[in-house]
Ligand binder design. Structure first.
Ligand code: TRP
Ligand code: SF4
Length: 329
């Protein structure tokens, strides 16, 4: 049987966080052994919200590729490329825009949400409304069978399926498959202050922090505020450190809970144990990043080669699409 195709992407908006590693990247790394994978740096998507200041797009793109490779994405196994290097994405987006009802785009839940959340920006733009359509073009250009994404992207994949159906119906074809969503279970990690992890709260842990930074951030983590002395019984349910232990020391979690509730372990020691775990987990990534940071030419080569491979598929799709619609003279 022919190998199935996977497509996914991320917007280059700066260094990836621990949550991106656990939620998405680790999953991608596994998928690349079994599927034909395309992973795209969605810089045009980033442009929909940073059109007023694109100065960091280029650097963020390279930084994201460094994060991807450090986590184990392998350019020998997967096609790793930048969206804007393959203009067919824009071309297919344009053709799709001809038959996409405005109401479909207006009712995508992320649309109004994002406009609300980024109120300081004018997102009443043509490009931002078309965000999910551009995403549909990304995916369908490679006729992907499945798209690994988090919960928040489900409406976009549903939209992609509707676009595939509409194209197939209008032009009497079965050319585009309806891609499946491969939901990534996100192990939810709070920020170091216990609130939702978010750049705007400055409470994040990046996937490529140095061991020293990890030690520092773990020491700053919010614990059970009701605990004053280390012999006071603690309540792990309200503790950030405990939430992290759940992800990084799952086999120890019972012991941590008991010792905390009985007041047998102090928070300082508990944090030391966590820092050790986190460092063991992230240090190899940190080390790989250090090497890759000095290899700009190598990174550019990967993107160039990725774009070449992506384009082979993309241009073939476009040729068929024009043929199906009836453009060919
Ligand atoms: N919209 C996605 C996000 O914000 C990024 C993305 C762009 C994407 N194109 C894609 C994801 C294609 C999956 C498939 O995370
Ligand atoms: Fe949290 Fe550990 Fe302190 Fe308990 S002992 S409150 S789990 S840091």
């Amino acid at each position: 049987m022919e190998q199935k195709t996977i497509f996914s992407g991320m917007r280059p908006t700066g260094r990836l966080q621990l949550g991106n590693l656990l939620g998405a990247l680790e999953n991608w790394v596994k998928l690349q052994d079994e599927y034909r994978c395309f992973f795209s740096v969605a810089d045009w998507h980033a442009m929909t919200t940073s059109y007023d200041d694109p100065s960091e797009l280029k650097e963020n793109t390279l930084q994201m590729v460094i994060d991807w490779l450090s986590a184990g994405l392998d350019p020998e196994k997967s096609v790793i490329f930048r969206q804007s290097d393959v203009p067919e994405h824009a071309e297919l987006h344009l053709l799709f825009s001809m038959f996409t009802p405005l109401s479909w785009l207006e009712r995508v839940p992320t649309y109004k949400d994002q406009i609300q959340q980024l109120r300081e920006k004018n997102l009443a733009t043509y490009g931002f409304l078309g965000y999910p359509l551009l995403q549909a073009a990304d995916i369908l250009l490679y006729r992907a069978d499945a798209v690994p994404v988090g919960e928040d992207q489900v409406p976009h994949i549903e939209m992609t399926r509707e676009i595939a159906r509409r194209f197939n119906y209008l032009y009497k074809t079965d050319f585009f498959p309806e891609p499946q969503t491969l939901l990534t279970k996100i192990k939810l990690l709070p920020g170091i202050d216990g609130r939702k992890m978010s750049k705007s709260y400055r409470n994040t842990i990046e996937m490529s922090e140095s061991p020293q930074e990890i030690t520092k951030k773990v020491s700053q983590m919010v614990t059970d505020p009701g605990r004053i002395r280390k012999t006071d019984p603690g309540n792990p349910d309200v503790c950030t450190v405990y939430a992290f232990h759940g992800v990084f020391s799952p086999e120890e979690i019972g012991n941590v809970e008991t010792a905390c509730r009985r007041g047998e372990i102090g928070c300082v020691q508990c944090k030391k144990q966590l820092a050790k775990r986190l460092i063991a987990y992230l240090e190899p990534i940190y080390e790989k990043r250090k090497v890759l940071e000095g290899q700009r030419d190598y990174l550019m080569d990967i993107l160039r080669e990725g774009a070449r491979k992506a384009k082979l598929v993309a241009s073939e799709t476009m040729e068929k699409v024009y043929d199906i619609i009836g453009f060919k003279l």
